[in-house]
Design a protein around this ligand. Structure first.
Ligand code: SIN
Length: 312
């Protein structure tokens, strides 16, 4: 192995346990420590792998505290000259958000590989150990850089990755862009580009995060049949700082919701338009009244806006 790897644990199904062996649904996420996950894989014994438990949660509960800790620990480890790469064990449910958050903030020149499992560690055939072995191989690969996700032998870029299935082992997709590559029996087949994009205000956002300052409030509202403006009006009353609308199709918004969003924009609240469609992006059009998300899904557009507002 060339260079040290650190595995940062944050919980998730990969660290989950069920009362009955083989129960793939009735389990509790985030029960085993990251060291236990590695100890269960004999092939990793004796390799220069350090571990750290940064959080221990079901990733549906991911939020600013764990993201702050993770960003700071990643920045710390990435600065170590002998470190080859970082692997993060994470729940699948918000993996794409954490991956995008870390890429936008750190755009690491070394690999940060986020991995997970769809079945708990107590499953008859758990997928976590193989995903972890694959993630470590990706973190060691020559030329690897940036934040990527590894699940079921597929490597996805942080910007594109999205959970698309609630149960299937191969639960992630990179949509139109296609995966960055594959990992097959330890061998990488790279078809795309390693992530390199960093948010332009990332440095200022990182300083704000490190200082422990409160995070701006950015909420997502959805345009749908029968949508109205009441939610947005309530959010304006509560002092929301930014809004992302998960719009229909190519960024269209129900007229009542749009009126409320335009009122929010007139109040100085930043509003960004993404699409509910799983694939593709909102294509800009002459006369658009709300800015689009530059291809980011609603949850990632929310993170981009959070970092932007943080840097103000
Ligand atoms: C979680 O996201 O922490 C639970 C679900 C999973 O990891 O698949």
């Amino acid at each position: 192995m060339a260079g040290k790897i650190v595995v940062l644990g944050t919980g998730g199904t990969i660290a989950g346990k069920a009362a009955a062996p083989g129960d793939n649904l009735g389990y509790t996420a985030a029960q085993l420590g990251v060291q236990d996950l590695l100890a269960a894989i004999p092939a990793l014994a004796g390799l220069p792998i350090a571990t750290e438990q940064v959080a221990q949660l079901d990733s549906k509960d991911m939020g600013p505290t764990a993201w702050r800790d993770l960003a700071l620990r990643c920045a710390h480890w990435l600065a170590q000259p002998d470190l080859r790469g970082i692997v993060i064990t994470h729940g699948t449910d918000t993996l794409e958000e954490t991956a995008f958050f870390l890429q936008a903030l750190l755009a690491p020149a070394k690999p940060v590989v986020v991995t997970c499992a769809m079945r708990p560690a107590t499953a008859l055939a758990p997928d976590g150990p193989q995903n972890l072995v694959d993630a470590i191989a990706v973190a060691q690969a020559p030329g690897a850089r940036g934040v990527v996700a590894v699940c079921a032998g597929v490597i996805h870029g942080a910007r594109e990755v999205r959970k698309v299935h609630p149960y299937r082992l191969d639960a992630f997709s990179s949509g139109d862009a296609g995966p960055l590559g594959h990992i097959e029996d330890g061998l990488l087949r790279i078809e795309g580009n390693w992530p390199a994009e960093r948010a332009s205000h990332a440095q200022a956002a990182m300083e704000k995060i490190a200082s422990g300052a409160p995070w701006p409030r950015v909420e997502i509202v959805t345009s749908h049949a029968g949508a109205g403006g009441a939610l947005v009006e309530a959010l304006i009353q509560q002092g929301v700082d930014g809004l992302v609308v998960a719009a229909t199709g190519n960024g269209s918004v129900h007229r009542e919701l749009e009126a409320a969003l335009l009122a929010a924009q007139a109040h100085g609240i930043r509003v960004v338009r993404s699409t509910r469609c799983e694939q593709g992006r909102v294509l800009p059009h002459r006369g658009d009244v709300l800015p689009h998300s530059d291809g980011l899904s609603p949850v990632k557009a929310r993170i981009a806006l959070l970092l932007e507002l943080m840097a103000l």
